[in-house]
Design a protein around this ligand. Structure first.
Ligand code: BEZ
Ligand code: FE
Length: 288
């Protein structure tokens, strides 16, 4: 086409695909170009604005490493990661939520009842529950990969003071789908703001905070993997998570328990004399 115009450019784009192009790739790329073209017309994008966007992409590329991916963070703060999660979450199952950049592979095994906080000070939190199918039957021996921030608000990979495996653990639920461990209460923290995403949040008058949460990846034979996080209902950022990760069914309630009532069966039983927090949270997995 030699007479490309603002009105026909999307159609021309769609006409340039080769005959043997994968149909799904063609569908996605045509729609992407069509929406980008529409967006450009709608906001009457100027050259300066277009160049600023490309500069931000270049900056994101320059600071992206295997440990830190600024493009994933961009997708997170734009709501894209959460939208992909939501439209692919099966009905009835526990909602999925953003993975985030701080998961580490090969987390150390944790036995049921183990203590994830080890020597860290902080409010003791007892977390337990069951992994179930959509009918409430136990899913036995599922694997729960669990991680969270240290009390200083940093994940192990962000903090030279922490061992890379601190606040990471891999637990196998029992034959009744039961899991349980102790930790310290996770804290609120900010997403990294020293790159283009920080500049975008700043220009938009948005804060970079996430509500406190515990991350889980749950895997069980015959079931779809669940990547999710759970949030306490009293968190100040629950209604303004900068990466849009909160869903109604992922909100849990910490119960304040009085001193002298810590139960048996945990690695730290007998050592906890103070008041502590406890939460029961069940996960529902969908069969493959
Ligand atoms: C996290 O929950 O670890 C996270 C998610 C998205 C961006 C940054 C951090
Ligand atoms: Fe997180």
């Amino acid at each position: 086409m030699r007479n490309v115009t603002p009105d026909n450019i999307s159609e021309v784009f769609a006409g340039y695909f080769g005959d043997d192009t994968d149909p799904r790739f063609k569908e996605i790329m045509s729609a992407l170009a069509r929406h980008l073209h529409e967006f450009t017309r709608e906001v009457s994008l100027t050259h300066d604005e277009w160049r600023a966007a490309l500069k931000a992409m270049e900056w994101a590329g320059n600071i992206t490493t295997p440990e830190r991916n600024e493009f994933v963070l961009l997708s997170d703060v734009l709501g894209l990661s959460s939208l992909v999660d939501m439209i692919n979450s099966p009905d009835g199952a526990t909602s999925s939520s953003v993975l985030g950049p701080f998961h580490v592979s090969d987390a150390p095994p944790m036995q049921i009842g183990d203590d994830m906080k080890r020597h860290y000070p902080g409010e003791v939190l007892l977390v337990q529950g069951r992994v179930q199918d959509l009918d409430g039957n136990p899913v036995p021996f599922s694997k729960l990969d669990i991680w969270q921030t240290a009390p200083n608000g940093l994940y192990s990979s962000q903090d030279p003071e922490q061992d890379i495996m601190s606040f990471h653990g891999l637990m196998t639920a029992d034959e009744n789908g039961y899991y349980g461990f102790t930790t310290v209460r996770p804290v609120v923290y900010t997403v990294p703001t020293d790159g283009p995403v920080g500049s975008i949040l700043n220009a938009a008058g948005r804060h970079p905070w996430r509500p406190s949460h515990l991350h889980f990846i749950i895997k069980a034979d015959g079931y779809r993997d669940l990547v999710t996080e759970v949030f306490p209902d009293d968190d100040p950022y629950l209604d303004q998570d900068t990466v849009f990760g909160v869903r109604e069914d992922l909100v849990m309630c910490y119960e304040q328990k009085p001193s002298g009532t810590f139960p048996e069966g945990f690695a730290i039983s007998g050592k906890v004399n103070e008041a502590y927090l406890a939460v029961n949270f069940d996960f529902k997995l969908v069969a493959k």
